[in-house]
Design a protein around this ligand. Structure first.
Ligand code: ATP
Ligand code: MG
Ligand code: MG
Length: 406
């Protein structure tokens, strides 16, 4: 446009002048699961190239990634080799070889968010210590090394007690509830014993679980998506509803706590912040993910910029997009494997077939190589004019009365 000043965007290096698309930098993602897949989907319209590193030959991202390097994101050689072809490295899973990322960053490789952030987050106990030190409200917790410290935790925190493994936790694999003293041994062994590295958390008697997706740009600007409310079944995310049905005071508090937590970490990207809302209006932090998150899937259909596009913008140093809602209401439903293999597929397929007949419903299938019980296989997002409409539409898709009212 003649006469108009071309706006200089703070894009990474001088790599953006190419005709390849919006940005010439190849974004390397450690992990090629559903989050990596949706990063690839968000990158495509902008002509941004996303490479993924994943050990599974046919991982969810492999069919649509610009490049899929088959290898483990926990193997130093694989990560180093992968990094050579990328302009910036990021993650879709926190359980990666962080030592190698630290070494690469020291050698000048661009890693976002910073390896220091991934190191803190991948050990849930260290994560809690970090946030406590930074004045972020969270449930009391203590490290558990043996039967004595476990019994001490029971004495101090009472029942029920949440036992968690420090590392490699996801979808509640790594959590065990202790409801009585007799439960303790079983709970500990279900997590792999004291050697696994455990900690205990005081039970949070929440009335709702909330989540905020917080984006931070390379210039440290912060931009958050609207607060959502989440439900979990057997510790696994079940639904996400946006906007959360909470007062504006609670929404503000949730946003403040989430942003405070993210300001205490280094690097650019989208962060998923999980929170508990207590009956008295207190909001406590549960945990943070240094990447797009299940609680942000709905942003694909519900917000002006999705969490995936926002993550790409953030790590590339592009301006952050507008995270506000472009529809009045959205509801996301996770499609878990109800059974292993074909039987599980049949159930999911029925739901998807109904979903495509419902206005405002979008089907996301992750193309996981195997269907397994309790695994996230896909999700459905329904957008619409009111919370009660999208709830009714979800009921019709899953053939239930689970979601009533507004
Ligand atoms: P994710 O898949 O989100 O990474 P995770 O395996 O890391 O899950 P958490 O987020 O620690 O597990 O816990 C899973 C769920 O268990 C929470 O969303 C919440 O419903 C419940 N939960 C966790 N900690 C507590 C607690 N201290 N008190 C009560 N419920 C809890
Ligand atoms: Mg977790
Ligand atoms: Mg969690």
């Amino acid at each position: 446009a003649s006469g108009q000043q071309q706006q200089e965007s703070p894009c990474v290096a001088e790599l953006c002048s190419s005709a390849e698309g919006l940005c010439d930098t190849v974004v390397g993602v450690l992990g090629g699961g559903q989050l990596g897949r949706m990063l690839c989907q968000a990158a495509s319209p902008m002509g941004i190239r996303v490479a993924v590193l994943d050990p599974l030959d046919n991982c969810p991202a492999s069919s649509i990634a610009f490049r899929h390097a088959v290898g483990s994101f926990r193997d130093t050689n694989a990560v180093r080799e992968f990094a050579k072809g990328c302009g910036v490295l990021t993650v879709e899973i926190e359980h990666v070889d962080v030592e190698t990322l630290e070494a690469l960053a020291a050698e000048g490789v661009d890693v976002e968010p910073k390896p220091s952030t991934i190191r803190i987050i991948q050990d849930k106990y260290l994560q809690k210590v970090h946030f406590r030190e930074h004045g972020v409200a969270l449930p009391d917790f203590m490290k558990i090394d043996n039967a004595e410290s476990a019994e001490e935790a029971l004495r101090i925190f009472g029942y029920p007690l949440m036992l968690k493994s420090r590392r490699l936790a996801y979808d509640g694999r790594g959590n065990a509830v202790v409801r009585s003293k007799e439960d303790l041994t079983k709970a500990v062994s279900s997590l792999g014993g004291y050697e696994r590295g455990l900690y205990a958390e005081k039970w949070a008697p929440f009335v709702k679980e909330l989540a905020v997706m917080v984006a931070r740009g390379r210039d440290a600007s912060i931009s958050s998506f609207p607060v959502v409310e989440t439900t979990h079944k057997d510790n696994i995310c079940h639904t996400v509803e946006c906007p959360a049905r909470i007062t504006s005071d609670v929404a503000k508090l949730a946003m403040t706590i989430a942003e405070k937590a993210i300001r205490s970490l280094e690097g650019a990207g989208v962060f998923g912040v999980e929170l508990f809302l207590l009956a008295d209006g207190q909001v406590l932090l549960n945990e943070v993910a240094p990447r797009p998150h299940n609680s942000g899937h709905h942003t694909i259909e519900a917000c002006y910029v999705s969490q995936y596009e926002q993550h790409l913008r953030a790590v590339l140093g592009l301006p952050l997009g507008d995270p506000s809602m472009k529809v009045p209401a959205a509801l996301m439903y996770n499609l878990l494997g109800e059974d292993d293999g074909e039987a599980g597929f049949a159930i999911a397929h029925q739901i998807m077939q109904r979903a495509v007949t419902v206005p405002g419903a979008s089907v996301h299938w992750y193309e996981k190589p195997e269907i397994r019980r309790q695994r996230k296989m896909g999700h459905i997002t329904i957008v619409g004019p009111t919370a009660s409409k999208v709830r009714a539409r979800l009921n019709s898709i899953i053939n239930s009365n689970e979601f009533n009212g507004t």
